[in-house]
Design a binder for this molecule. Structure first.
Ligand SMILES: [Zn+2]
Length: 203
């Protein structure tokens, strides 16, 4: 395994990380992601990506808090009823600006789909992404700390549009989405609940 696995809180979080990560070779292309594959340890999972712009392939490895079963690898982790994270600790993969961007993508997909089930799921995912963003804010600061930002694109976005990332605005957006109780109940629904499109076809 050439690359040390990155720490992820779930397969969902790992896949969302690949959504916000540009191609390392050309810095432009979005990554088309394969289904997950088993790593060399039970809690390690890999994804092979192909750049939509230059075609370069790369494999990313992630270390999860718990071991994956073969059934987990056959399942569709993002469209299954899986939480992004079950711990209070902020993400180590995705920074607060990227979480806000992911929430925005989910809310745009609400407008783009006629399916009530998919709309409901997208609003729940958007709520989960905003919850992850808000984990980075401290009570005495209305903007995320600079050192929480992982990508140059995030630093640029925060400099240019700080009002988009102000805590009161995010808290208000979050309050308009499904409440914590609903998010938790839905992610704990048994398998067989309505499913979204395969998660790796996000683009
Ligand atoms: Zn590329």
């Amino acid at each position: 395994m050439p690359q040390e696995p990155r720490t992820a809180h779930s397969v969902v979080e790992a896949s969302l990380y690949l959504t916000v990560t540009p191609c390392a070779a050309c810095r432009h292309g979005a990554l088309v992601v394969s289904a997950p594959v088993a790593g060399d340890a039970p809690e390690v999972v890999g994804f092979t990506t192909t750049c939509r712009n230059c075609g370069v392939a790369e494999t990313f490895w992630f270390r999860l808090p718990v071991a994956l079963s073969p059934a987990d690898l056959r399942a569709d982790p993002v469209s299954s009823n899986a939480p992004i994270s079950t711990v209070a600790e902020p993400s180590r993969l995705i920074d607060p600006v990227q979480w806000v961007t992911l929430a925005q993508l989910e809310l745009e997909s609400v407008a783009a789909t006629p399916s009530a089930g998919e709309q409901r799921w997208a609003r729940i995912r958007a709520a989960q992404c905003l919850d992850e963003a808000l984990k980075f804010y401290t009570p005495d600061n209305e903007l995320p700390p600079e050192d929480a930002l992982l990508a140059e694109s995030s630093r640029a976005a925060l400099r240019e549009f700080p009002q988009r990332f102000a805590r009161p605005r995010l808290a208000a957006q979050r309050a308009a989405l499904p409440a914590d109780g609903l998010v938790n109940r839905v992610v704990n629904d048994p398998p067989g609940a309505p499913r979204r499109k395969p998660w790796w076809r996000i683009w």
